[in-house]
Design a protein around this ligand. Structure first.
Ligand SMILES: *Cc1c(COP(=O)(O)O)cnc(C)c1O
Length: 411
């Protein structure tokens, strides 16, 4: 019989969201008339911007005409999209990134996992705790860890705790790690990184020959003009960082699928024989071999994000969610609940009141308010005592949920 990749058996079988669903289903079975409001999911709710839809419809028509039909496109993405991204997202912010360092893909989630293809198997890997679970699970699948303990922490990974005690920014490790996952603005905590903090990371990475895997999926939600949107705003980052970006959250592409990964040509890794190898070459080879590009139609939709209309529409979309985040912060604060995040990110990270555990607070919100959020402990041991509330919802649902919570928790 064929053998399997035993590393999959180490995975903590998708505990968080199935457990949420189980508790919600039990409650609904007992209270069939309850109107549940879900503020737990990291998915957008508002429709695709008109500029993107118009561009995709035109692209569909091009595909219907023999003269303008497109077959396989470049595996790295069309030049016209990569140029717009380089100009608008990077060069306009002073980042020295060229179009051919940008690889278009069908999602940051896949890129975060796939990037491990080009790295060796003996790297020391650091993640924050709490963390976006994809960074951890993809390393488990790749055999880069041992088993998990009772808290869900895997042997072999370096966990960098983030909490209110350190302002939700991890301390730079005192030992050498080879790969570091950073996500700013952060999912799940909504925390941001200042330029000074990223400068410390870049200095650390350059001193140790480490590589920062920087997830900027939420950069569009930054409202504070002093905060960096890209790791490449930091001098020297071209030599130590890969950046992931996505159209999922800024332009509502979670179901449409388009993202990008930046691999600077100056970025090097070490081969077994001790020589330095350009990671760009490896990623280009990996994508050319295992990927056949994103649909022409979708890339035209993504390109429209950079048109004047598209820019105005995505700004409106982001502002809509950020108004939700503002309402959540204000109402919870008024109810005497301590909140973090939610000013430069679509997530509000709540300190559970009265010393409740993450899951006890989950149950209380579900039973007393019929509101569903995400227990912080589900994102890592250091998330215990916290709770994530997402701003991705309709205004009506956010207002209704906040009214229920304030009525329940107001002294
Ligand atoms: C939503 C999200 C992404 C984007 O994933 P896609 O696959 O591009 O939809 C990436 N990183 C984090 C932390 C996210 O929350």
């Amino acid at each position: 019989m064929a053998t399997i990749n035993d590393n999959y058996l180490k995975l903590k079988a998708g505990y968080l969201f199935p457990e949420i669903a189980r508790r919600v289903n039990t409650f609904v079975a007992e209270h069939p008339d309850a109107s549940i409001i879900k503020l737990g999911i990291g998915d957008v709710t508002e429709p695709l911007p008109a500029a993107c839809r118009t561009a995709m419809i035109a692209a569909v028509d091009e595909m219907g005409d023999r003269a303008s039909f497109k077959g396989y496109g470049p595996e790295q993405g069309y030049g016209w999209l990569r140029e717009k991204i380089a100009t608008h997202d990077f060069q306009a912010r002073g980042c020295d990134i060229s179009p051919d360092e940008i690889f278009i893909s069908d999602g940051s989630k896949c890129d975060c996992g796939n990037i491990l293809d080009i790295f060796g198997s003996t790297n020391t890997i650091a993640v924050t705790d709490p963390v976006y679970p994809v960074y951890v699970d993809t390393n488990v699948m790749a055999g880069h860890t041992g088993d998990a303990n009772d808290q869900g922490e895997y042997d072999g990974l370096v966990y960098l705790p983030i909490s209110a005690d350190n302002d939700f920014t991890a301390e730079i490790p005192s030992t050498k790690v080879d790969l570091i996952y950073l996500c700013f603005p952060n999912n799940p905590t909504g925390a941001t990184a200042t330029k000074a903090h990223l400068q410390d990371w870049v200095a650390y990475a350059r001193a140790h020959g480490s590589i920062i895997l920087f997830d900027a999926a939420y950069e569009a939600f930054i409202t504070d003009p002093a905060l960096p949107h890209s790791i490449y705003e930091i001098e020297g980052a071209r030599d130590c960082a890969i950046e992931f970006r996505s159209f999922s959250k800024n332009a509502g592409f979670t179901g449409t699928r388009c993202a990008l990964t930046v691999v600077p040509k100056t970025l090097m890794g070490k081969a077994a024989d001790g020589s330095d190898v350009e990671l760009w070459k490896l990623w280009n080879r990996r994508q050319s071999t295992k990927f056949n590009g994103v649909s022409y139609i979708v890339q035209r939709g993504a390109e429209a994000v950079y048109s004047p209309k598209g820019q105005a529409q995505i700004q409106e979309l982001v502002a809509f969610y950020m108004k939700n985040a503002h309402i959540i912060r204000e109402q919870l604060t008024a109810a005497g609940i301590q909140v973090y995040g939610g000013t430069n990110a679509p997530y509000v990270w709540v300190k559970t009141p009265h010393g409740l555990s993450s899951w006890d607070f989950f149950d209380k919100l579900l039973h007393a308010c019929n509101v569903v959020g995400t227990p912080g402990a589900g994102f890592g041991a250091a998330g215990e005592g916290y709770f994530r509330i997402s701003a991705f919802n309709s205004r009506e649902n956010v207002n209704a949920a906040m009214q229920r919570i304030t009525e329940t928790f107001k002294a």
